[in-house]
Each structure stands twice: as C-alpha cells, then as structure tokens.
Design a protein around this ligand. Sequence first.
Ligand code: BG6
Length: 266
Amino acid sequence: MKMVTFGQLPAVCITAPDGATATIALYGAHLASWTTADGRERLFMSDKSPRDGSAAIRGGVPVIFPQFSTRGTGQRHGVARLSHWRVADSGLDAGSAWVELALTHEDVPPTLAAGWPHAFALRLRFTLRGDAIDMRFNVRNTGDAPFDFAAALHTYYAVEDFTRTVVEGLPDESPLYFGPKLDNIYAAPPTLALHTGAGTLALQQQGFTEWVVWNPGAEGAAALNDMADDEWQRFVCIEPARVDKKELAAGAEWTGQHSIALTAIP
Ligand SMILES: O=P(O)(O)OC[C@H]1O[C@@H](O)[C@H](O)[C@@H](O)[C@@H]1O
C-alpha cells in the first residue's frame, strides 16, 4: 500500500500481484479508480468532480450511509461520503492486496453528525484478487440503543459504448439497455452481468437487499454542476443497496459485500 493523492485529498493505492490497482480517497473511503491487470480503468470519474473535500466526489464508488438519497430527514445519501476515514490495516499476499478503512461517529463533522446522533463504527475493506475487486462493508452499532440505517455502494462503471451497454439478470427487465434518465430500484438477485463495450463484469452482492440502477440522462446531467454535460454517456451506476432503513440492535453488526469480476474482454 502506498499513500498517494486524489486531487487535493490524501488517498491510498494498492496494487495486486497481477498489476491491478485500486485508489481510495480517505475522504468518503471513496474508491476513485480501479484498473484491471490490462491497465484499463473500469470506473467512471467526472472531470468536474470536487477533489478537495468540499463536496462528495462524483464517480468511483461513493459509500452511502446511514440514509439512501432523500429517504429520510437526514443528509442526502448520508454522512459517510462526506467524512474523512482512517486507514485501519492493509496486507498483501501471493494472490491479493487489501486495505481496510474505518470511520466512527467521532470522525463525522459535528454539523453532519447532528442529523443522525448515534454511535457507530464502519469498516470498509477493499480486496484486489485477480481481475476482481471485493468490497466488504461492516456496520457496528457501538451505542446502547438500536438505530435504523440504510446503505449502498454507489458504483459508477465506465462504459465504452453507452447505447450498447446492457445489464442482464434484473427481475422483469433483462436485458436492460440505457438511454433516457433512469432511476430504478430492483429486488436483488445476487448476480448481474454488465456488458460495457470494454468487457463483461459479473456484479455480485450479499447482505444488501436491492440493486439501484441510475443514469441522469442528458437533462439530469445538465442540472448537475459536478458533471460535464456530455458525461452521462460515459457511465452507468449499479448499486448494491439496502434502500430502506432497517434496525440494528445495540452491539450488533451488519455486513454487506460487493464483488466485481471481469469475466470477458472483447
Ligand atoms: O447526486 P447524488 O446525491 O450523488 O445522487 C445521485 C443519484 O443517486 C442514486 O442512487 C439515486 O437513486 C438517484 O435518485 C440520485 O439522483
């Protein structure tokens, strides 16, 4: 593991034995880049994304916790993507490289923490193994009362050819092609296939309950000040999610896993 920067933000970079890399900004424990062994970037990052901690990063994998979108009275998509995490541990062996980041309620800026005043500990471990990356997200209730939370790993996939990008495996909508604005929530089959024009990715989740599929379309992108007008055709978001808040008892923990594996190159 080495310390690098993402814009003005401190970040860590891990490199797997096969040459695959992952760069994670400590701000948000935000996976900003994942390159497979062939050197190809697999995630989208907006050219206009903030990279200074003034606002959430637009692209990569924002960590959504403890609220999904505006489904609640708290911070939109939660506080985890707006807080500075710490590196807890890292490792390297013959087949994989990993790093784990941590955040507790004490790390959350007070103005954000006020909206959701609960004691928690988050751990997010990124593991590179072959042409795959695993994300293991663990939430622990460290307080003495139950709380409700939602979570998602809001993955922005880079796509080579937007009109030919297709997702297979979603209930009632398989195959799913992209075009106008899309913002759908699906009950989660554990595995999907995403064809991006630059390969096929197998997306897997465990512990979450839904897949959220989002692309803002031309009008939506024009309304976002951290996305260039034409960038909507460069990505699709497919997010393992626990959209509705569910209870976590005092002392209990929950784990959600997301794995992305490159299964075919054109
Ligand atoms: O602009 P934000 O806060 O990063 O959210 C982006 C999108 O995130 C998706 O997860 C939501 O389903 C969309 O409704 C939302 O627009």
